[in-house]
Design a protein around this ligand. Structure first.
Ligand code: GRF
Length: 201
């Protein structure tokens, strides 16, 4: 199966996926990395690994729709089977999502449905949670909603800051994203029993 990865920043999740796909047995080929930021650090990492990249700065387009149309046009040339959002800090319109119905996945750094949105680790610490974690889910119009495919629960340790917790969760993000995509590539929907990927610590 072919997939395109969307990033806005450093792309450590993107890198983990690209590394996983080096294994010929991995059922996904990443055909492009797309960013909404020309200066996204992940673009150079993708290019260094021979993966086509494209940047679409929002400010270069008159509207959100025009911005998304340019991306959809680029994708039409590649025909990816699904899209992987990985640190992509932009919401997709229903029109975009319907073009890839049930074929867009996202990684979010919390145990959804808890802590949708930003600053998830700080919020979990402030809430007195004993566990944090990350979630791979299908993308729907709502922010950080959609059927859950994989989750990892990560302990919050005494003295953790959002940075120390983020680093611990990020390692788990890489692991569950890689494993979850194998399920998605196999055409398994989040609602199937065998879809779920769970890990601890
Ligand atoms: C990660 O916590 C990811 O879950 C969130 O953005 C952070 C950085 O991701 N979406 P990456 O290193 O750019 O993949």
């Amino acid at each position: 199966k072919k997939a395109a990865i969307f990033i806005s920043g450093g792309g450590s999740n993107m890198l983990a996926l690209i590394e996983a796909a080096k294994d010929p047995a991995y059922p996904v080929e990443f055909v492009a990395v797309i960013s909404d930021k020309k200066d996204a650090g992940g673009l150079a990492k993708a290019e260094a690994r021979g993966i086509r990249t494209a940047a679409f700065e929002r400010k270069d387009y008159d509207s959100k729709e025009a911005h998304e149309s340019a991306i959809l046009e680029f994708l039409a040339g590649l025909q990816p089977d699904f899209l992987c959002l990985a640190g992509y800090m932009r919401l997709l319109t229903g029109k975009f999502i319907s073009a890839y119905e049930n074929r867009i996945v996202n990684i979010h750094p919390s145990l959804l449905p808890l802590f949708r949105g930003l600053h998830t680790h700080q919020r979990a610490i402030e809430a007195g949670m004993k566990v944090a974690g990350c979630t791979v889910h299908y993308v729907t119009e709502g922010m950080d909603e959609g059927p859950i495919i994989a989750q990892a629960a990560i302990p919050i340790l005494d003295g953790d800051t959002s940075d120390t917790l983020a680093a611990r969760v990020l390692t788990a993000e890489h692991r569950i994203y890689r494993d979850a995509l194998k399920k998605v590539a196999g055409g398994i929907l989040a609602t199937d029993d065998t879809a779920r990927v769970i890990s601890f610590g």
